[in-house]
Ligand binder design. Structure first.
Ligand code: SF4
Ligand code: SF4
Length: 181
């Protein structure tokens, strides 16, 4: 079991680079494919898997074998990064970090669900993943608060800078069967 959540491997890879490969990325994330014994503890620990079709062991097995179909697998996006699997893996493999890094590769190749694309778009435009709406503005006003909280919402120039600095998602892959959603 992982000793501490503070032992994450540093995320040094830049998702904008196209030379990302699965094996190297897994190792950098702290997941040595040779050490995974396919025990399934990660799947059994996964709260997301209780409610969805996501099977953590299956994802890690595909990745460990360098099976690139894992990148277009929409189930990978059902991981909530709760770190249960990371804490319970008997081989101390950093499963969650590996999934996050796999998502980086997937994103760089355009495998991002429409819903996640929409969220990124909102983040670019507002600086927040969940933007403030008219109803919340009205409630704030009623409560005697400024319509906007003192966050990046109040600084359009900063939103612009943030939008420019954020990773721009590549277009979706052309082949319909390769699309993720
Ligand atoms: S819990 Fe660890 S060793 Fe077991 S299948 Fe998952 S990643 Fe592999
Ligand atoms: S980190 Fe992701 S894969 Fe691991 S248990 Fe949580 S939801 Fe499941």
């Amino acid at each position: 079991m992982s000793d501490s959540i503070f032992t994450h491997a540093p995320f040094v890879r830049d998702p904008r680079k196209k030379d990302l490969d699965i094996e190297r990325t897994l190792k950098e994330a702290g997941f040595d494919p040779n050490l995974c014994m396919q025990c399934g503890t990660c799947t059994a620990s996964c709260l997301s898997g209780r409610w969805t079709a996501m099977r953590t062991r299956e994802i890690m097995r595909k990745a460990a074998f360098g099976d690139e179909s894992v990148l277009s697998d929409p189930d990978m996006w059902l991981c909530t990064t709760c770190y249960n699997c990371y804490d319970r893996c008997p081989r101390d493999l950093k499963v969650t970090d590996a999934i996050i890094q796999l998502r980086n590769i997937a994103s760089a190749r355009g495998y991002v669900s429409d819903k996640h694309r929409k969220t990124v778009d909102i983040l670019h435009k507002t600086g927040h993943a969940v933007p403030i709406n008219d109803k919340i503005r009205a409630i704030r006003k009623e409560l005697g608060l400024p319509e906007l909280p003192p966050t990046i919402f109040c600084y359009p120039e900063e939103i612009k800078k943030l939008g420019e600095a954020l990773f721009q998602l590549p277009p979706k892959p052309e082949s319909p069967e390769e699309e993720s959603d």
